[in-house]
Design a protein around this ligand. Sequence first.
Ligand code: SF4
Length: 347
Amino acid sequence: MNVFGLTCKELADEMSRRYGKGIYHAAALYREVFKKGNTSFSEAPEFSRSISFTRQLNEDVRLPSCRITEKLEDGVTKFASLLGDGHSIESVIIPAQGRTTLCVSSQVGCRMGCRFCVTGGMGFLRSLTAEEIVWQVYAARFVLNCRIDNIVFMGMGEPLDNFENVMQAVLVMNDQRGLDIAFSHITISTSGHVDGIRRLAGFHLPRLRLAVSLNAAEDGLRSHLMPINRRFPLACLKKELQAFPLGRGGVIFVEYVLLKAINDSRDDAKRLAQYLEGLPVRVNVIAYNAGGSTTYAPPSPEEVLRFCGWLAEEKLFVCLRQPRGQSIMAACGQLGALLAEGIHGKV
Ligand code: SF4
């Protein structure tokens, strides 16, 4: 029985089928695991009275077999989880302005092949299960003892390329009897997977946040930087974004990784503004973190500010995101680098 991959209701159904128990026991089990981080739930009063049931549960409940290695810098923690099959994934904990955000991975590697991204260079190995995605939140909260306020799917992988498992993980994270993370505190970040955005729209979760990694507003350049643009060109992406159901006051977050002399000119800023015209967006600009790569160069701080100024002149709501954790390769597009260094589990 896979507690990390089930909502409390689904767990109750499973416990009813297996043991003839219902929501009372499911909620108790869920509370022990997700509220207290106690995976030896047999100590809970709801179970301790029945030794045979507790024994049965201990045999049946499957918990992810992950080990953790962590790296720290600048208040940012990047941790790698070694999965049961030997693959590894990375997650990043980023404290900022009194809140803590956890950046989770949805796949081992990624098949989108964005040229500026370390994960893209790894190729695609496999998608994560819902259980493995939820595990990252559990690990951050209860293994590394961090309060987690926000979740962003900006780690390894394209979340909409693993749609079912990502959405199941979102529902588990949101379950009030467990991790209780509001949809408005969860962001799905996509490279522009139009089919996935359409499916997400069909879920009718208007408070769930959507971010799109754009990085260029011209098909030639975007197809070069992000091959997914050949499958879903900019016009097709915009049509889907226009149709995306947002809650009242909701915006789509547009991520723009600034690459020196590639996408940082005045014309690039103008094209971006033209492309986004009519869409309720907030643009997050983040300077590229080269981290040893020589393919692209990061812009200087002055160039970043200049680009943000151009966007503001074009009346875009722009936010300059400070890359943090650069020396541990925890900045945008750099997950996967820790894996290349080798992983040494400690939990
Ligand atoms: S930027 Fe995102 S979608 Fe693109 S290769 Fe990297 S992980 Fe995949």
